[in-house]
Design a binder for this molecule. Structure first.
Ligand code: FES
Ligand code: FES
Length: 213
């Protein structure tokens, strides 16, 4: 007797088709992620939620920013951060980028005397502003700032990645308050994370430098 097949019988061809379409789907997801990551590298922006759209970041404008006492003309994108401009266009690589999102303080600079995370400030907003980076805190002839000297003497840095930010925060503190208490130093450095845990070393150095800065 001839065997009859039901309408929902196993269809090996359809199983193969399903597997192929899933594979295409997964490949598509991975490809999209790769493209998004590459776009982040090109624009220097790690946040894909940029509301300005792609075209807004594509036109450079010439502005002049005062950096460490010198007028520095520079072409900047509308979505370009000060940390990027300093490091990649002005050659001031003392400013470090750790998190690139305002959390770690490695990129700390002073803008008009106030400490800021340079990864979270758009350069084009700084026309005419005075920016001081770690390269600009010492003397005119290359002398170290007393905080830098004290950090050497106290062996404060470990890996050193956070050190420029710690220096700039310390210098800013001593400009406002030349004789801070240990607690006030801790408070001033609160935004500067140190993965090596060398917090006490940095506080020791700034307390040592206080009064001579
Ligand atoms: S790199 Fe700017 S706060 Fe971390
Ligand atoms: S010394 Fe290594 S992160 Fe601070």
């Amino acid at each position: 007797m001839q065997k009859k097949f039901s309408s929902d019988r196993f269809d090996p061809l359809s199983t193969v088709r399903d597997a192929l379409s899933r594979r295409h789907f997964i490949k598509g997801v991975i490809a999209a992620g790769t493209v998004a990551g590459a776009a982040g590298l090109v624009t220097g922006c790690s946040d894909s939620s940029d509301s300005s759209g792609g075209a807004a970041g594509s036109v450079e404008r010439l502005i002049t920013v005062n950096v460490n006492g010198k007028a520095r003309p520079v072409d900047v994108m509308p979505n370009e951060t000060l940390a990027h401009t300093l490091r990649n266009k002005l050659g001031l690589t003392g400013t470090k980028i750790g998190c690139d999102r305002g959390s770690c303080g490695a990129c700390t600079v002073m803008i008009d005397g106030v400490t800021n995370n340079s990864c979270s400030v758009l350069t084009h907003t700084l026309r005419g502003a005075n920016v001081i980076t770690v390269e600009g805190v010492g003397g005119a002839n290359g002398e170290l700032h007393p905080i830098q000297q004290a950090m050497i003497e106290e062996l404060a840095p470990q890996c050193g990645f956070c050190t420029p930010g710690q220096v700039v925060s310390g210098v800013s503190l001593l400009q406002r308050n030349p004789n801070p208490t240990r607690e006030e130093v801790r408070y001033a450095l609160a935004g500067n994370l140190c993965r090596c845990g060398a917090y006490n070393n940095y506080v020791d150095a700034i307390v040592k430098a206080a009064g001579s800065a």
